[in-house]
Ligand binder design. Structure first.
Ligand SMILES: NC(=O)c1ccc[n+]([C@@H]2O[C@H](COP(=O)([O-])OP(=O)(O)OC[C@H]3O[C@@H](n4cnc5c(N)ncnc54)[C@H](O)[C@@H]3O)[C@@H](O)[C@H]2O)c1
Length: 261
């Protein structure tokens, strides 16, 4: 038995893919990619927006970290396979997958009762299939390295789901526990983070601080309702590092206590 050490949070020599890390300027994916690099990981900054991904990868390299950019469509199996190949070529394998890419602003402007089949299929394809598709393709690469971790980005908006977006995220909670069950014997832990109202460009455009929803939610949240993306990074480092080695199939709510479970 070894005593716990803070170095258990370190990720030196590990390779991490973060999807949805290059889109808007101030995003959770960017914060995750920077935090993983600062913990010592080699990071693949992946996004549909290849130019944005390159910008974040360059930023990490300027900070002294190791990163490459990958243009990827997480709904497309060949595109995800190419992303895995890029990771292997650049860094020799994959240990960590963070399924952060999603549609949010794009699917919250209509109630579920008015969501037609095309919109439903698109939302589910990106937010649920996208994460499963990445897990299917990348888990064998993680297993080849003896195991690792997958983190799915869900949302406080799934507890309870009160929108089509929330429906996609509670489905992803189900995928998280299922993948945790299926991949555990390969040494792959699968957990989820459920952020609250995070101050990203996307989040602030959706719910400005002065919106009635924010005011109402803030009044019944024990500590501050909103925080910046870096406030989520401690949870991420716990879930992907040796420090979290006994955790799988869990959802960590990081939201000031807005959702308590
Ligand atoms: N901001 C919040 O308040 C909040 C709260 C809870 C959960 N979340 C979740 O956190 C994650 C990031 O949110 P954000 O606020 O940084 O939003 P964001 O819109 O900046 O990030 C989403 C990213 O996903 C990318 N993406 C979309 N479709 C893709 C595809 N098919 N393939 C690859 N990439 C694709 C986008 O280009 C974008 O960069 C999302 O999963 C979101 O649902 C956000």
């Amino acid at each position: 038995m070894a005593d716990f050490s803070n170095t258990d949070f370190r990720l030196d020599g590990k390779v991490a893919i973060v999807t949805g890390a290059g889109g808007r300027g101030n995003s959770i994916g960017r914060a995750y990619a920077v935090a993983l690099a600062q913990a010592g990981a080699n990071v693949v900054v992946a996004d549909l927006n290849g130019e944005g991904a390159q910008k974040v990868a360059d930023e990490i390299v300027t900070l002294g970290g190791k990163a490459i950019a990958a243009q990827v469509d997480i709904t497309d199996t060949a595109s995800v396979a190419a992303m895995g190949q890029q990771a292997e070529t650049a860094f020799g394998g994959v240990d960590i997958l963070v399924n952060n890419a999603a549609l949010m602003v794009e699917i919250v402007d209509k109630p579920l009762i008015e969501t037609d089949r095309a919109r439903f299929d698109k939302g589910m394809a990106v937010n649920v299939w996208g994460a499963i598709n990445c897990a299917q393709t990348i888990a064998p690469l993680i297993a080849k390295r003896g195991g690792g971790a997958i983190v799915n980005q869900v949302s406080a908006g799934a507890f309870p789901a009160q929108s089509f977006y929330g429906v996609t995220k509670i489905a992803l909670v189900g995928a998280t526990t299922t993948l945790a069950t299926e991949l555990g014997r390969q040494g792959i832990r699968v957990n989820a983070i459920a952020p609250g109202m995070t101050k990203t460009d996307a989040g602030l455009s959706l719910t400005p601080d002065d919106s009635p929803l924010v005011q109402m939610a803030a009044s019944r949240t024990p500590i501050q309702l909103r925080d910046t993306p870096d406030a989520l990074c401690g949870a991420l480092l716990l879930l992907v590092s040796e420090a979290g080695r006994w955790m799988t199939g869990q959802v960590l709510n990081v939201d000031g206590g807005w959702v308590m479970r």
